[in-house]
Design a protein around this ligand. Structure first.
Ligand SMILES: C[C@@]1(CC(=O)O)c2cc3[nH]c(cc4nc(cc5[nH]c(cc(n2)[C@H]1CCC(=O)O)[C@@](C)(CC(=O)O)[C@@H]5CCC(=O)O)C(CC(=O)O)=C4CCC(=O)O)c(CCC(=O)O)c3CC(=O)O
Ligand SMILES: NC(=O)C1=CN([C@@H]2O[C@H](COP(=O)(O)OP(=O)(O)OC[C@H]3O[C@@H](n4cnc5c(N)ncnc54)[C@H](O)[C@@H]3O)[C@@H](O)[C@H]2O)C=CC1
Length: 218
């Protein structure tokens, strides 16, 4: 399997099944997609901003739901294998991405797995185990949360620094050295994590050291 980052903004994600697993998937995709959850019963819990539709489609009805909703991705998260099979088959027939919550293997083209994810925007790290051990994905996600602390601020800082260096015509090789120096600086990491320094200050320090007296490098 090849991990990809997919932008679901402006699309619909259709989830079948309103149990804890359907809720978790709904929350995940509701970050950016319009999520519809179809289920006869909904678990107590957080479905994010998803729209909840009370219905219990038979396997034969599922394709009509896909036709109406025109989703970019369908999630099969019911406890009824026949319905989950119908969801996967209808999505396959329509060329729609599909995620089966009740399968670890036997994947086919167009079937996707939801990885455990740590975010410190704009940084995203995803973990999957080929379906063999989702509990391990969860464990590793929790471990990585600490490691990633400050990574979002570091990414933002590097982005701004690159823009500033380009605007000052610092040549590409030197730009790479300066940005790599910042990324590898324990002092900058500590400053970002503890809030003792901010992006603007670090950028100013780098620019002052690199371009004293305002002279641009070519
Ligand atoms: C294939 C996959 C399909 C998919 O859902 O995309 C899948 C399938 C199945 N999961 C099952 C069980 C559990 N899943 C979790 C948790 C998570 N499962 C997630 C993803 C995936 N699960 C995909 C593979 C990812 C990978 O490759 O690692 C995570 C990462 C993402 C998310 O769901 O958001 C999320 C953690 C999020 C987080 O916390 O960060 C827990 C732990 C818990 O709930 O505390 C358990 C119980 C412990 C255990 O069994 O490990 C079962 C058996 C069901 C049964 O026995 O009935 C199946 C089906 C089967 O195995 O047949
Ligand atoms: N991928 C994952 O992370 C995990 C997957 N699972 C699998 O996912 C399935 C769902 O897990 P839970 O949410 O814990 O189960 P659950 O049994 O709590 O919820 C299933 C939901 O599906 C609904 N449902 C039943 N028939 C339906 C229909 N015809 N149309 C729409 N919805 C229907 C039920 O009303 C219920 O809300 C489990 O059966 C299991 O196979 C379980 C744990 C973790």
């Amino acid at each position: 399997m090849i991990p990809l980052a997919h932008d679901f903004t402006g699309t619909t994600v259709l989830v079948f099944g309103g149990g804890p697993v359907g809720a978790r998937k709904a929350r995940r995709f509701a970050r950016e997609a319009d999520v519809l959850v179809v289920s006869p019963v909904f678990a107590d819990g957080d479905f994010g901003t998803a729209e909840l539709i009370r219905a219990a489609p038979d396997p034969a009805d599922v394709d009509d739901w896909l036709e109406r909703a025109e989703p970019a991705l369908v999630v099969a998260a019911t406890d009824d294998e026949a319905v989950n099979n119908a969801v996967a088959a209808a999505a396959r027939g329509r060329g729609i991405l599909r995620n089966r919550a009740d399968r670890a293997g036997d994947r086919e083209p167009g079937s996707v797995v939801v990885p455990a994810t740590v975010r410190d925007d704009p940084v995203i790290v995803s973990i999957a185990t080929g379906g063999t051990a989702p509990a391990l994905s969860k464990y590793l996600r929790q471990e990585l949360e600490e490691t990633l602390s400050g990574a979002g601020a570091m990414a933002t800082l590097c982005g701004q620094l690159r823009t500033e260096l380009k605007a000052r015509n610092v040549d590409p090789r030197r730009r790479h050295e300066l940005v790599t120096g910042v990324v590898n600086s324990p002092d900058v990491w500590t400053a970002l994590r503890t809030g003792t320094s901010n992006c603007a200050q670090v950028i100013e320090d780098v620019l002052d050291a690199e371009l004293p007296a305002g002279g641009d490098r070519q």
